[in-house]
Design a protein around this ligand. Structure first.
Ligand code: PEP
Ligand code: MN
Length: 302
């Protein structure tokens, strides 16, 4: 007999869909991530200066983003690379939220920083390199803030579900999964965008799933296509890097969209998002019909 997904992922029962739980939507300010609307998180890889954060926040808000991203603590592979502005960066993000109304998602790298980051951020981002840092997961979960869990670059879907289960086990239901590409033998792109994982996660888990086309691609010219693919794979949203002057960015400039690039990507998503809205409306209509039919059967037998 064919093994079901539920059997395959039996280790992590709480992240899987069940009769009682088909879908979780994560409340963030006045948004519901996973609630039907396609959520766009956009902003620089790293918070650099006040001018950079404010200009980017204003641009992405006008371009249709809902949430501002930006790292104040950066996981860099070289000790000599820019490590982030820390608390000063968090304060700049908070100022951008005040000015634009955008919610803030930002990475927390250490357990010790969780209380401070949770004070400023609306969503705590757990980075790819920390997906299996269980003590960080536990502390982040207990902060009470929603957690955006990025897939480890060498993590399987099962590994990712284990980390999500750990967050739920620590009393935090507000978990968002993020596919950001995995390492494969291919080196032309920075990572390999695992779209099958998005489709699979959407089928088996009630948690919202978003895509990070920037870290998946590593090259800005590929980002819009990967973003469109994410919509087609039924992702609940995107997290994408945008910078006022990508070639001068202090980190991940190669994969960051310019302001015009962001606007063009958003415009290119429009027909895909229109189709997505139609499909959601059709699905809701079918659900109402089957509920009404069910009620008539109950009446007839009752
Ligand atoms: C980031 O979002 O800038 C980042 C470091 O992402 P990841 O953890 O997916 O590499
Ligand atoms: Mn980055």
């Amino acid at each position: 007999m064919r093994e079901s997904w539920h059997e395959r992922f039996a280790e992590t029962p709480d992240v899987l869909k069940s009769a009682q739980r088909q879908r979780t939507s994560v409340p963030v300010l006045d948004l519901q991530i996973g609630g039907g609307e396609f959520i766009v998180m956009a902003g620089p890889c790293a918070v650099e200066t006040e001018a950079q954060v404010m200009a980017t926040a204003n641009h992405v808000r006008h371009g249709g983003a809902h949430i501002l991203r930006g790292g104040a603590f950066k996981p860099r592979s070289s000790p000599y690379a820019f490590q982030g502005l820390g608390l000063e960066g968090l304060k700049l993000l908070a100022r951008a939220r005040q000015e634009t109304g955008l919610a803030i998602v930002t990475e927390v790298m250490s357990e010790d920083d969780v209380p401070m980051v949770a004070e400023y951020a609306d969503i705590l981002q757990i980075g790819s390199r920390n997906m299996e840092n269980y003590s960080l997961l536990e502390t982040a979960a207990r902060s009470g803030r929603p957690v955006l869990l990025k897939r480890g670059m060498m993590a399987t879907v099962a590994d990712m579900l284990r980390s999500a289960q750990m967050l739920l086990d620590n009393g935090n239901p507000n978990v968002i999964l993020c596919e950001r590409g995995i390492r494969t033998f291919e080196t032309a792109t920075r990572n390999t965008f695992d779209v099958a994982a998005i489709a699979l996660l959407k089928q088996i888990s009630h948690l919202p799933v978003i895509a990070d086309p920037s870290h998946a691609a590593g090259h800005r010219e590929l980002v819009p296509a990967l973003a469109r693919i994410a919509v087609a794979a039924e992702a609940d949203g995107l997290i994408v890097e945008v910078h006022p002057d990508p070639d001068k960015a202090w980190s991940d400039g190669e994969q960051s969209l310019s302001f015009d690039g962001f606007s063009e990507m958003m415009a290119s998503l429009d027909p895909y998002l229109a189709l997505r809205r139609q499909e959601i409306a059709q699905h809701e209509h079918e659900n109402r019909l089957s509920e009404a039919a069910g009620a008539r059967v109950m009446e007839a037998v009752g």
